[in-house]
Design a protein around this ligand. Sequence first.
Ligand SMILES: Cc1ncc(COP(=O)(O)O)c(C=O)c1O
Length: 359
Amino acid sequence: MNYNTSKHNNFQYIDKIFRKKSNEVDRVKYFRFDRNERIAPFPNKFLNKLKKNLKSEHLTSYPNFKTLYNLISKDLKLNKNNLLLTAGSDIAIKKCFELLIKKNDHIITIYPTYGMVDVYAKIFRANQKKIYYKEQLNLDISKILKNINKKTKLIILANPNSPTGTIIEQKNLLNIIKKASSMNAFVLIDECYYGFYKETFAKKIHKFKNLIISRSLSKAYGLAGCRIGYLISNKNLIKRFIKLKSMHEISYFSAYTAESFFKNRKVVNDYIFEVKKGLIYFKNFLNKHQLYYFNTYANFILVDFKNQKIFKKMLKEAKKMKILIHGEPNLPGCRNFIKFTLGPINYMKIIEKLILKCI
Ligand SMILES: Cc1ncc(COP(=O)(O)O)c(C=O)c1O
């Protein structure tokens, strides 16, 4: 069939969107220090219990999310009407575009941030104002505020952000939400790394009707493979989000898995604690070897390898050691930086070994 691209004129637009090739690396065979996942396995005792309680129906039946909504609602001390499950916070972010953004609508985003924000901005043909990080990961809040005007529909801020690991201070976030509210614009706070960073704006959804929060179970909960996230907002907006959802928010298997985590917070809390210990250990090592790093509020850290020679050697040696890592070319002044996912001390020792081979 020969497509008539003037009839299917969306193709001309879609063809211009650049997407990285999807991941063909069998990640399971590597030490995964590149995407801020849980890098240590779950404790066997917990995994065995999960397996033991798994029923055939979790695979054969269409899902029911009543228990999971109840558990999340209890966890957040928010009503179920304030929540919508999504397949990862990725889809939570996409839902905001679906609900709020039409062609040429004005949005404000920070750059760089979660890569799909820029992809969705293109897919939904938003008029996107990017506020760029400057050297030393400085973000000009006054520039965000100045750019909020009557035309602004949506502002997206990851807190903490990736790949920077930085946060926006609470008082600055409040000022942004207030200015946005005065301009009838929505603010999405992407709290993907919540757990590693404990501040949240979830409770403020009652006060600010223009506030939307997205959360993920991929990071602190360690469930990146299950694709679970959720939206938090006022019940009127959630009602509208519900109209846009697919038939089933997530899979039954994912819901079953998530339930066990809300029933057993120890697994999550223990890991957060181990990662914090790993960070202290790794920082000591970096200080000892006079390697500069940025302060981080998430489960990853950006380290400066001073020059391209060491930077390239790091990538080469990592490949040999079956370690997945990469640089962050979109961050100004960070040409020689590598971002490492943080894990328990024994995992940070793997990175330590890699670094010692290269410096
Ligand atoms: C800042 C940020 N937001 C959102 C996401 C999406 O995560 P997920 O779809 O796994 O919840 C990521 C993933 O790395 C991220 O770094």
